[in-house]
Design a protein around this ligand. Structure first.
Ligand code: LLP
Length: 432
């Protein structure tokens, strides 16, 4: 599942002790395991081998250039949502020809840039967008490859803020309307109807919602493929990962050994979906982000203070919601383990950051080994939607990022310096 483990009581990433990284690079520090990252890609790739398929890694999950390069080296395509992400892919050596461009708000400039670079497909989310792409393509004398994103209206059973496939959401075109939309799109001269796309949500931990959506949409894809020169069907991303170990027994590596039945493995996912997709004879695209990057990264933080009030044990750390916003934003769970394993007493603790908001926490009433000032903790499963969602709130610098490869480590993003935070700000003439 991942390459973070204890060796003689010290937490390692692959062959490197995390404590040595803290010494060199300080905290808060994101640490990524290349082997975990590429291992996840390869497992999924192998599970989908019976299909003509392309994994389009969802860049939004972790867009560090080194991450993109490692995946591009394995032949990955990319799911992008902005010109910025496309430029990143190109900067990392990835191919625009393997990029699918999603998102409800693509601007004219973004569409033009993507068309000039020759992306694989626009995943279109509305009719006005189809018209806009057609217009821009006409101006550039190009045929724009498009796929409509169908909203299958199935409940994904995940967090409300990351559910996308129901009619309550802003995404895609309602299932019942899609055929008519293609009929109208086929009359727009500068579009090439290349496929169909869907995505129902993120962090799905069961195969059932995927299965329901695929069962619902495959007949539509078949029908459309008979009429238009379709090449692909994209089933989106959303494969969930294990954040919360099922065996919270306090055993040796309990955070690493969740019950097998709770994990949505690529094998389980493929065993259900491949038979449903095979008969389509289309190329199948899949857009995983979290599954590839989530458990490949941790956020390392140092304990600044331990504050005991009458009721609570607050462990105040040097990372905050600006570094990893998921607990504050989604109430999400991240496992927290000390860099140096200890067997002493377990204390129910609130792990909190220094930001001036009560929402700035990583865990509440979490049973944790007793830790003291200066010790370091790892927030697990922070490789996806971690650094990418960081901000400068409270004028805090963005953390550094390190990539591990066997016994080697490399800084893949320098810690931001404080003056960099306000370097683009200016005083107006009247205040000078
Ligand atoms: N494809 C589309 C069209 C998407 O909107 C997304 C994610 C993905 C693929 C990748 O989903 P994944 O495989 O990573 O689940 N910030 C939230 C997650 C937001 C997901 C947005 N869309 C979090 O931290 O949980």
């Amino acid at each position: 599942m991942h390459d973070f483990h204890y060796v003689a009581g010290d937490l390692y990433c692959e062959g490197v002790p995390i404590a040595s990284l803290v010494k060199k690079f300080g905290t808060p520090l994101y640490v990524y395991s290349q082997r975990t990252l590429t291992g996840h890609f390869q497992k999924l790739d192998a599970a989908l081998a019976p299909l003509d398929h392309l994994i389009c890694y969802s860049v939004k999950a972790n867009s560090n250039l080194a991450v993109l390069r490692a995946l591009s080296n394995l032949g990955s395509g990319f799911d992008i949502v902005s010109e910025g992400e496309l430029r990143r892919v190109i900067a990392a050596g990835g191919s625009p020809k393997k990029c699918a461009f999603a998102g409800v708000g693509k601007t004219e400039a973004e569409i033009e840039f993507a068309l000039r670079r020759g992306i694989y497909s626009f995943n279109v989310e509305s009719e006005p967008e189809l018209e806009r792409i057609n217009r821009v393509a006409g101006r550039l004398k190009k045929a724009a490859p498009v796929a409509v994103r169908v909203n299958p209206n199935v409940a994904a059973g995940t967090h409300a803020k990351i559910t996308t496939g129901t009619y309550e959401n802003k995404f895609g075109i309602a299932f019942e309307l899609v055929e008519d939309v293609y009929a109208r799109a086929s009359r727009l001269k500068n579009l090439r109807l290349r496929g169909l796309q869907m995505h129902i949500g993120s962090q799905l931990t069961e195969v059932k919602p995927f299965e329901s959506a695929v069962r619902k949409v495959v007949p539509l894809a078949e029908k459309l493929a008979a009429k238009y020169p379709f090449e692909f069907f994209s089933i989106g991303g959303g494969l969930g990962i294990v954040y919360q170990p099922a065996l919270a027994s306090g055993g040796a590596d309990w955070w690493q050994t969740p019950k097998a039945k709770d994990i949505l493995t690529p094998a389980k996912y493929a065993a259900t979906l491949v038979p449903l997709l095979k008969s389509l004879h289309l190329r199948i695209l899949i857009e995983p982000g979290r599954f590839i990057a989530g458990n490949a990264g941790i956020l390392v933080t140092r304990v600044e203070y331990v504050k005991r009030t009458g009721r609570k044990n607050f462990v105040i750390v040097d990372a905050a919601m600006n570094d990893l916003i998921r607990p504050a934003f989604y109430d999400s769970y991240h496992e927290i383990v000390p860099l140096r394993r200890r067997n002493g007493p377990i204390v129910a603790s609130d792990v909190v950051g220094p930001i001036c908001e009560s929402g700035d926490y990583f865990a509440k009433n979490r049973p944790l080994p007793k830790v003291g000032e200066g010790e370091c903790l790892a927030l697990m499963s922070a490789g996806a939607y971690g650094f990418v969602m960081a901000s400068n709130y409270n004028t805090r610098a963005l953390a550094a990022e390190v990539l591990i490869h066997g016994n080697k480590s490399a800084v893949v993003r320098d810690r931001q310096s404080l003056p960099e935070i306000w370097k683009d700000e200016k005083l107006p003439a009247w205040l000078k």
